[in-house]
Write a protein that binds this ligand. Structure first.
Ligand SMILES: Nc1nc2c(ncn2[C@@H]2O[C@H](COP(=O)(O)OP(=O)(O)O)[C@@H](O)[C@H]2O)c(=O)[nH]1
Ligand SMILES: [Mg+2]
Length: 326
């Protein structure tokens, strides 16, 4: 129970506190504390504060009322998702009131998964149909290595009969390399660098379950050669035409490559070099734009391993690891 004396003391100390606060505020304003308050200066400060509050509110109206949203946006941009995409994705994922970080993470995961194309299943042995699989794409993305990986998988791991055809005669060493590999995995090997050669070769191949066609890497600006590659491949009447894209390349380069190689009528995508990718936003963006089914992912140089059927959940997990917006 407080006495009257206590109450008087407490009122006195409140008044004293207030005076101290006013004195402190005035001192901050650079005024003497006991004489007068410079109203012009105070008004100026109030204007400054108003403008600061205005900025905060404006920022809030863009969707960043919560630090978790701003953090998610910053994370996505740091992972190579274009700024505008990141903004609209985070805004949509945060719709509704009071969502927690875990829900936001889950919604972002689902949003990216929904934007990505489906996965293409590997050719089924039971189909009874011969699979003719062509790989097309820029130089150095890993086409020949992936052909060797697929040959290993189909031949050594699944016991299917495999033939390798290379249309790449520009690099003699590459032809030798693939031929040696074909011997190693007990696959037949052919070179066909013109339409006529391809026609003859494909007609001559009998009793094979899978034909793998390697093509020359082309610079994305080499439009005529890209077209020519497409025509040579077309003669083989492939059941699958894979555009090979590296996850370790910039968004601009991958977008342009995808653009240039579309004339070859690719109907699926292989993503290589996931092990070398510093971030995953670039490849996820291109795959989402392309909307071609993704068949395989490769993640290393070991031809006896380092390839697996594509799984979009894995890619999204790499983009949004647990705790990235914690
Ligand atoms: N780290 C990594 N390197 C790869 C992968 N696939 C291919 N490579 C390497 O990329 C380089 C070019 O590969 P290559 O198959 O010759 O590319 P191509 O020009 O498209 O036929 C080689 O050094 C390969 O070992 C991969 O998944 N990860
Ligand atoms: Mg090659």
């Amino acid at each position: 129970m407080s006495s009257k004396k206590d109450t008087t003391q407490s009122v006195a100390s409140t008044v004293e506190d207030r005076q101290k606060t006013v004195a402190y505020a005035n001192s901050l304003l650079g005024e003497r504390t006991d004489t007068y308050v410079n109203s012009t200066k105070i008004e100026k400060r109030i204007e400054e504060i108003k403008s600061m509050v205005g900025e905060v509110l404006e920022h809030g109206s863009a969707g960043w009322l919560s630090p978790a949203l701003a953090q998610s946006h910053a994370w996505l941009v740091s992972q190579g998702i274009p700024d505008d995409d990141a903004t609209s994705i985070v805004q949509r994922a945060s719709e509704g009131s009071g969502i927690d970080r875990e829900t936001l993470h889950q919604r972002l995961f689902e949003t990216f998964l929904a934007r990505l194309p489906s996965c293409a299943l590997p050719p089924r042995r039971e189909s009874g149909q011969r699979a003719v699989i062509a790989l097309i794409g820029p130089t150095g993305v890993g086409k020949t290595t992936t052909i060797a990986k697929l040959a290993t998988r189909f031949r050594l791991q699944q016991g299917r009969r495999v033939a390798l055809i290379t249309a790449d005669t520009y690099r003699i060493a590459a032809v030798d390399q693939l031929q040696k590999y074909a011997e190693l995995v007990d696959a037949s090997f052919y070179v066909a660098s013109t339409k006529q050669q391809m026609r003859d070769t494909i007609a001559s191949i009998q009793d094979v379950d899978v034909v793998l066609i390697d093509t020359a890497g082309r610079s994305r600006t080499d439009v005529d050669r890209i077209q020519e590659t497409g025509e040579i491949v077309a003669v083989a009447e492939p059941t699958e035409r894979h555009l090979v894209l590296s996850a370790a390349t910039s968004l601009t380069a991958t977008r342009r490559a995808a653009d240039s190689f579309m004339v070859t009528n690719c109907d699926r995508v292989i993503v290589t070099k996931l092990d070398e990718a510093v971030s995953f936003g670039e490849i996820i963006t291109v795959l989402s734009e392309l909307q071609l089914p993704v068949s395989w992912c490769t993640n290393g140089q070991d031809v006896s391993a380092n390839i697996e059927p594509a799984k979009m959940e894995r890619l999204v997990k790499s983009l949004l690891p647990a705790g990235c917006i914690a």
